[in-house]
Write a protein that binds this ligand. Structure first.
Ligand code: 6MZ
Length: 346
């Protein structure tokens, strides 16, 4: 069993669905709490431990607590650097972080300085020789409506040009029970037309079928969750057919979906359905801090729940390279890395 854990840890991995503030570890939360003792925040308010479950609503309350702890440029820089180093220590070789730019009047944080702090963290890690290629997706929180969405896309466009390929796309996320994707389409279309890739949370909860139909017209470059797209979960065959036709990869977050109770158990997770179709699926963490997991653990869970051999797990991690938003040259470098590492592991 121990040997098993070592295999998943050593496996080179690609992480494509990681929300920055959901990824903050216990250790980093401790440092933030020390910086802000007056907030009276305890660890139990920022993480959902082993065996615990919450409603999705309660998960969104946890993010609000973390946002109180992370509200200066300095905090963002520290949190982003810690998160990047933790992924690297877990043998993640390529990471796409996503985060929603926030402004905080009290600390003079602006959305621009927020993104700058994340970019700085990525560059500092690179200069320190941390062995991981990191890119950034600027996130739209659906709750904030169409004007903020458009503003966010414009911010991402500016950084796409100035960051030297570090900003590669847009994420659409936030509480899926709030707002409607219809009003966000102009912003998302603009993003696509200016060359930003789109990773959209879709059908995370059952009531989003009409929205998913609309968002698929774009179409997105990747889908976050997609739990309720297929007919066995109340979705439809036509939705599945469109996802398959466009070969849109699904970002799969097992622990997040089970702890957030959108999926009743690991064995009933929609990964099974899409994996059996041979559709591109990428194992991800979502919020490794909040859900107390890491990517090695998620691969191990997928293997034990769905009976995947080591060869199959290897192919799963290798195929994730095809789904990254960075360009062809980066994909080639990653494929080369996988080829070099394979003999030592399989
Ligand atoms: C939808 C989620 C999410 O952006 O402050 N977020 N959105 N579904 C989920 N499933 C659990 N998990 C996280 O990171 C926290 C933000 O990411 C989004 C929410 O908007 C949350 O506020 P950042 O770095």
């Amino acid at each position: 069993m121990e040997d098993d854990a070592a295999f998943y840890k050593e496996l080179p991995k690609v992480e494509l669905h990681a929300h920055l503030n959901g990824s903050v570890s216990v250790q980093t939360v401790e440092r933030l709490i020390q910086r802000k003792p007056h907030l009276n925040i305890e660890h139990s308010m920022t993480a959902i431990g082993k065996g615990q479950r919450r409603t999705l609503d309660e998960c969104f309350e946890v993010f609000k607590v973390i946002h109180k702890l992370v509200d200066t440029e300095e905090d963002i820089l520290m949190v982003a650097k810690d998160v990047i180093k933790e992924f690297a220590a877990d043998n993640v070789k390529y990471l796409e972080l996503r985060s929603t730019p926030r402004e905080e009047k009290d600390t003079r944080l602006t959305k621009k300085s927020y993104v700058e702090a994340v970019i700085k963290a990525i560059q500092q890690c690179k200069n320190e020789g941390v062995d991981i290629d990191v890119r950034f997706l600027v996130a739209i929180d659906r709750r904030n409506g169409p004007e903020v969405a458009l503003e966010t896309v414009k911010l991402a466009e500016d950084f796409m040009l100035s960051s030297g390929d570090l900003v590669v796309g847009i994420d659409l996320s936030g509480d899926p029970t709030v707002g409607h994707g219809r009003v966000l389409l102009p912003a998302l279309e603009r993003a696509r037309n200016s060359g930003l890739k789109l990773s959209l949370h879709m059908s995370e909860v059952p009531s989003q079928l009409e929205e998913s139909e609309l968002l698929l017209n774009l179409p997105p470059d990747r889908i976050g969750h997609g739990t309720f797209l297929h007919p066995e979960m109340g979705g439809s065959q036509s939705l599945v057919d469109r996802v398959v036709k466009h070969q849109i990869p699904l970002e799969i977050c097992l622990t997040s979906n089970v702890k957030g109770q959108t999926v009743p158990s690991y064995s009933q997770h929609h990964f099974r359905y899409w994996y059996q179709l041979g559709h591109p699926c990428v194992i991800c963490t979502d919020d490794k801090g909040v859900f107390c997991t890491d990517l090695s653990q998620e691969y191990q869970l997928a293997a034990s729940t769905f009976g995947l051999s080591r060869d199959a797990v290897w192919r799963l991690s290798e195929r994730a390279v095809d789904c990254v938003f960075a360009g062809e040259a980066v994909k080639q470098q990653l494929r080369q890395k996988w080829t070099e590492l394979q003999p030592g592991l399989l």
